[in-house]
Design a protein around this ligand. Structure first.
Ligand code: 3PG
Length: 300
């Protein structure tokens, strides 16, 4: 098997840990599901096969660094996608001050939503990400409103495990790809989705979801973009969750609906915990009535 001789130099932006491992060891990491890792590995074995044929290499050759890097990027991206998908909701927060970051994260975790996207819209956003990562290593923390490449490294240095953009910017995606950092770009139409797919992205933010036709629009986009997973965001309220989450190709809904800025301002953590629990209950009920199709992996 072509993959068995790979030595993967895994640089994970998640925790700045470096490890050397084979592709098999990488695939055995428990955080990834059997299905996605085997599908991904099949993709890369095929790709390495093609490379080896083209270059007359022999079995056991080291995978070219570019292929390994892409493998790692896709694993990292799939990992983030699956973690967000399990929760069904990605709270999107612009913290009113840096002091609110940790108690807010505690409230989200208490409410069953151990994920957060901190938007880079205020000067203390990076510090908020840093504090949440330190206080809650089990949470998955992303940086949102990434509009320019210059923000990518700052967000990763602060500890962001993934990045979210309101739109699709080729330079931002290319830099994330280079850093092996998952990116969820905003796509508002079929042209942008086409471009995102061609960039190798599988999880797309559908933004602003509520004004673009909501779940009805996603049902139509699923025709040509059957292999995409969506993170609808923008204007979503708890009563919209069911309609989105019963679609198996909706990984999660993003938004501020589970932690209102007025409640964060007021430090009303009890209210936020209750709101998150209510949303988590809606996710569970939507998922119970939907087709629980496994998360497929797009072919590169
Ligand atoms: C955003 O990027 O602002 C998110 O879409 C949050 O939107 P919401 O506040 O409408 O949920």
């Amino acid at each position: 098997m072509k993959g068995s001789g790979w030595v993967v130099h895994l640089h994970t932006p998640l925790a700045a840990i470096e490890a050397r491992m084979t592709a098999e060891e990488l695939a055995r990491r428990p955080v990834w599901t059997e299905q996605s890792t085997s599908s991904l590995k099949a993709c890369y074995d095929e790709r390495l096969n093609r490379y080896n044929q083209a270059h007359c290499n022999v079995d056991g050759a080291r995978a070219p660094e570019a292929i390994v890097s892409e493998l790692v990027w896709r694993f990292q991206s799939k990992n983030v996608e699956e973690r967000i998908q399990r929760l069904g909701i990605l709270p999107v927060i612009c913290p009113p001050n840096v002091e609110s970051a940790v108690p807010l994260a505690a409230a989200l975790c208490d409410g069953g939503l151990s994920a957060i996207e901190i938007t880079l819209r205020v000067p203390w956003s990076l510090e908020a990400i840093r504090r949440i990562r330190n206080a809650f290593p089990e949470m998955i923390v992303g940086a949102g409103t990434v509009l320019a490449p210059a923000q990518v490294d700052k967000a990763l240095e602060a500890g962001a495990q993934f990045l979210v953009s309101p739109g699709l910017d080729a330079e931002v995606v290319a830099l994330c790809r280079k850093r092996e950092a998952p990116i969820v770009p905003g796509c508002a139409n079929a042209s942008e989705m086409t471009q995102a797919c061609r960039m190798g992205l599988s999880l797309l933010k559908f933004f602003p979801a509520q004004v673009l036709g909501g779940s009805s629009a996603l049902r139509l986009y699923h025709g040509p973009f059957a292999e995409c997973r969506f993170l609808p965001t923008g204007g979503i309220q708890p009563e919209h969750l069911q309609g989105y989450l019963e679609l198996p190709y909706v990984a999660a809904c993003g938004g501020s609906f589970c932690a209102k800025s007025s409640d964060i301002q007021a430090g009303d953590w009890t209210k936020i915990v209750a709101s998150c629990r209510k949303c988590a209950t809606i996710v569970a009920s939507a998922r119970a009535t939907s087709d629980p199709s496994p998360m497929d992996v797009r072919k590169p």
